[in-house]
Design a protein around this ligand. Sequence first.
Ligand code: 4AD
Ligand code: MG
Length: 467
Amino acid sequence: MESIKRTKIIDVLRREDYGATVNVKGWVRTKRGSKAVNFIALNDGSTINNVQIVADVTKFDEEMLKQITTGACLSVNGELVQSIGSGQNVEIQAKEIELLGACPSDYPMQKKGQSFEYMRQHAHMRLRTNTFGAVMRIRHNMAIAIHKFFHDRGFFYFNTPIITASDCEGAGEMFQVTTKNLYDLKKDENGSIIYDDDFFGKMTSLTVSGQLEGELGATALGQIYTFGPTFRAENSNTPRHLAEFWMIEPEVAFIDKDELMDLEEEFIKYCVQWALDNCQDDLAFLNKMIDKTLIERLQSVVSTDFVRLTYTEGIKILEDAIAGGKKFEFPISWGGDLASEHERYLVEEHFKKPVIMTDYPREIKAFYMKTNEDGKTMQGTDVLFPQIGEIIGGSVREENYDKLMHEIEVRNIPMKDMWWYLDTRKFGSCPHAGFGLGFERLILFVTGMQNIRDVIPFPRTPKTAEF
Ligand code: 4AD
Ligand code: MG
């Protein structure tokens, strides 16, 4: 076969120089045709769109043509011709076809319309489907948008450790990291495991958040963001939780609660607008196949002001709703943590807009948040989204050494592990604030997908670590 430089299908579909000779390579989506001609839809992952290959049956080996089945990988040399029937402007009249990889009939993505559950069991192959191709291209685009947003605003990309000896969120849902022989654990007289001879000489885990180290960065560089893998051993089998997910955590010196909320809102809107501007074909596909109101919802988010509401006001609305006959599965009253159904009621039914909820009771929030003057609430600023619930968790940080110490003490957080964090408040302390956005929750929103397991290539959840 003649060697011609490969053109990606996304580029071929934009060309109008009919008559040119091109090479494309990709995987067969479908093949149909008659005795005389075969029409092969070829996709190489560069775009949701396929290029149609037209093969004159008499010009090719019959046995080779038989092996062109769904999933097979081909290299095609041919002439670019104007197309009338294929839904695209161009198609390729094949001159030479090389079968790079045949695809036997037990190919797991053979059939169309398989359930998402089935596809999760074949996550190694589901990437080849239209839906997962679209989701993964959008996921990439969102990562680029995030870096661009922060870079353009003078934030520095700051890498925090994945292995850590501190529990940022204090929820104790950490995966331990050890090189100890689990069959032969040495314990002290109280039955506690001795870590002196472990790799790090102390108990270590995978990080639940890069925030604490991020604060060290922000109180030196002014404004930083992290973007990395995050691990939570919470045994919650929900469509919104992963054991391994990616989090973006900006941290900014010298801003207050209002400026923090402005940053949260501007950031999300920027990412959603980026998808609308840069992922049109994939969004159009998902809008047609997954969720007919997707694009409308994305447009509505970028054009509306988010509601800013205190926790106390939110509870009042929920209590009024209950008094008016609204039924929730879980009870809610002042002091309690909102369940997903409460968040979604506020966002989807009451306001019909994203909500930034602020000033939570201190008992339900982490130790590092700034306490309000009432002594009862803390300056948290969570963003609640339609379909998703909490998409961002953020707060102003307590910069006062004594107040922070007090929170650490009442929560029984081991002091010796926190000395380096406390040093930020001891030496040149400054007001600062930040937030964490769950990357996959953003992708859920932007793609209209229903389950967080379907917006990350290889999901980690309780009892699943395949692939
Ligand atoms: O609200 P969280 O726990 O906040 C923090 O970790 C703070 N340290 C962030 C900060 O202020 N720098 O988590 C932040 C976000 C949540 O709003 C949610 O979007 C996402 O992380 N998240 C998860 N996403 C997927 N699976 C999980 N198990 C998640 N847990 C949290
Ligand atoms: Mg949270």
